[in-house]
Design a protein around this ligand. Structure first.
Ligand SMILES: [Ca+2]
Length: 297
């Protein structure tokens, strides 16, 4: 008889390690070990995937303004639900008649890209580069409203397939009200800062676009909302309402689409309230866009 046989250990040496340690599947210690192992497995899986995806799945409704997140290389800031005065007071210098002030209530928060869509971002989703002024960090321009909408749809499909976006979230153009609400970031003046410190316009740039994120951001961390390129919004162009409105999406009919913020080609549009418009198939070297990300309405 061997020493092991004499000591009664021969059967124990053939059992799995956890049984040797007294951790049978039904023992309290064994159950605890399984639970701990399961939690380690879950945490490991979460750490291997994009945390922004899991964060989106909790539906962020009460987050602070300006909280930043990146989704597949598109940096964004959170714009929470809120209320603001859209349009400009009659005393604002350079004001146009279509900027009638009215209260807007936005009941749903959304992410807005911190920069205009760059040529590099466009190329990864659409392939190619239609811009007049080349540079991967410059805003894409010479894109129509229709092409900007297609970019948003393609980006949604791409990031959903990659597991970056959960079901129920989509990239889209911001509404005109969302754009102005985000541009103001709580400010009520003509601009969210001194013009030359926040914007590329024809007084400080030689007839061309400039790489994004070079000028000072607004209070929520959004760059070049004013200046560089005008930005397509989802709305049709039309007269504003005169009373308070909730979650406005623009007129239900009309052939022109809105763009906002002014660009390198002029100073006149470089205000938070200024509006421009164009045919949805039109393209300009001073016109681009920035996408918004939200849960599907
Ligand atoms: Ca801009």
């Amino acid at each position: 008889m061997s020493d092991d046989e004499r000591s009664g250990k021969s059967e124990e040496t053939n059992k799995p390690d956890e049984q040797q340690m007294g951790l049978t599947r039904t023992s309290p210690a064994g159950i605890l070990a399984q639970r701990v192992g399961r939690r380690i497995e879950i945490v490991t899986r979460l750490l291997k995937t994009d945390p922004a995806t899991h964060w989106l799945s909790i539906r962020p409704v009460n987050l602070p303004a300006g909280m930043s997140r990146s989704f597949g290389g598109t940096g964004c800031v959170w714009c929470p639900p809120g209320q603001f005065m859209m349009g400009s007071p009659t005393s604002e210098r350079g004001r146009n008649a279509d900027e009638v002030q009215h209260e807007v209530v936005l009941t749903r928060g959304f992410f807005l890209a911190e920069t205009e869509c760059t040529q590099g971002q466009w190329d990864k989703v659409m392939g190619g580069n239609p811009s007049s002024f080349k540079g991967s960090e410059r805003p894409v321009e010479e894109v129509s409203w229709e092409e900007a909408v297609k970019y948003c749809r393609n980006l949604t499909a791409k990031q959903f397939a990659e597991g970056i976006l959960p079901d129920g979230w989509e990239w889209r153009l911001p509404t005109e009200a969302e754009w102005e609400y985000a541009a103001r970031a709580g400010t009520t003046g003509a601009r969210y800062g001194e013009l030359d410190t926040i914007a590329w316009h024809n007084g400080n740039v030689w007839s061309q676009t400039h790489p994004v994120k070079q000028k000072k951001a607004n209070a929520w961390g959004l760059y070049d909302m004013i200046g560089n390129v005008w930005e397509w919004c989802s709305d049709r162009y039309g007269e504003y309402p005169t009373g308070s409105v909730t979650d406005p999406m623009g007129p239900g009919s009309g052939s022109l689409r809105v763009s906002r913020g002014g660009g390198w080609c002029g100073v006149w549009g470089t205000r938070s309230a200024s509006r421009s418009w164009g045919a949805p198939g039109g393209r300009l070297s001073s016109l681009g866009f920035r996408p918004a990300l939200s849960s599907i309405r």
